[in-house]
Design a protein around this ligand. Sequence first.
Ligand SMILES: Cc1cc2nc3c(=O)[nH]c(=O)nc-3n(C[C@H](O)[C@H](O)[C@H](O)COP(=O)(O)OP(=O)(O)OC[C@H]3O[C@@H](n4cnc5c(N)ncnc54)[C@H](O)[C@@H]3O)c2cc1C
Length: 293
Amino acid sequence: MAQINFGSIKGLKKNESLAKHTTLGIGGPADWFCEIKTIPQLIKVVKFCRRQNIPLLILGDGSNLLVSDKGIRGMVMKVQSAKRKAQSEKIIAEAGTPLKKLVQLALENSLSGLEFVVGIPGTIGGAVVGNAGTADKWIGDMIEEVEVLDQNGEIKKLSGADCQFGYRGSRFQKTKEIVLRVVLKLKKDSQEKIKQRMAEIIAKRTNQPKEKSAGSIFKNPKEKPAGWLIEKCGLKGKRISDAQISPKHANFIVNLGQANCQDVLKLISLVKGKVKRKFGIILDEEIKIVGEF
Ligand SMILES: Cc1cc2nc3c(=O)[nH]c(=O)nc-3n(C[C@H](O)[C@H](O)[C@H](O)COP(=O)(O)OP(=O)(O)OC[C@H]3O[C@@H](n4cnc5c(N)ncnc54)[C@H](O)[C@@H]3O)c2cc1C
């Protein structure tokens, strides 16, 4: 990779620590790292990496990721293209738009439908890929259209149904298409009612830990919530080095300071083993584990 001329990529960094770019604060270096602010820049980096055969990982806000301690070989591209506008009962937003800004824009325009997103970190691109949401509402239901860059470098428009949204999943996890832009369909409502619903959601979120985390570690199996199963195994508060199963919510692993990826993986393995032995249930990770192992 040393002979490749990266001159055309603005602000390129070498050996960038990914601990700085994940909400867990964990992750070794990316060989190459760039932040893109516009869709043309994004397309340029993707085409460059494909031409040069450089593996590429797309990063939103890193709020659903566990990155290996050895880091990531190839390029990590952080998507920060964030143009957005409200238009009638729709919001059109680029993939790097923070969910927080979207919720704010919806409220300013008296548009309802995104209240459940309050308190979920990350970008709309990451949220679409993982169909982020709560127990009974998810972003996929709000999607009218998603514009993607496909594996052949073509821009395609997909309907909500095309995206194949499921529980914390979408087609994008398989196809590796890159989300560029999203059209959300919302409904007019009074700002008072929207604010009221947002306040209710925020109140429900007070059971989540304040320390660094990547949100829920495991998907909820159909039998019982993962947090309940883990708690019943007596694992709340269990600590390996600085990684801890949150004493507040057992489906969160928090980084108390110096935790690394191996510490978190050991806790994950411990949890899976105990839950399987006690309940016969195999927990499935919700977080994405990436990098070199
Ligand atoms: C405190 C806390 C609370 C949370 N609560 C919730 C919750 O209630 N519900 C919930 O669903 N999640 C929750 N999460 C998890 C997380 O915030 C969401 O999954 C979020 O949608 C991830 O977005 P991101 O931009 O951070 O994606 P990242 O973590 O950066 O990436 C996630 C995946 O999406 C891919 N990706 C990102 N952007 C793109 C793109 N533009 N095109 C293609 N692929 C892309 C990445 O390659 C990666 O595979 C929580 C996390 C934290 C830390």
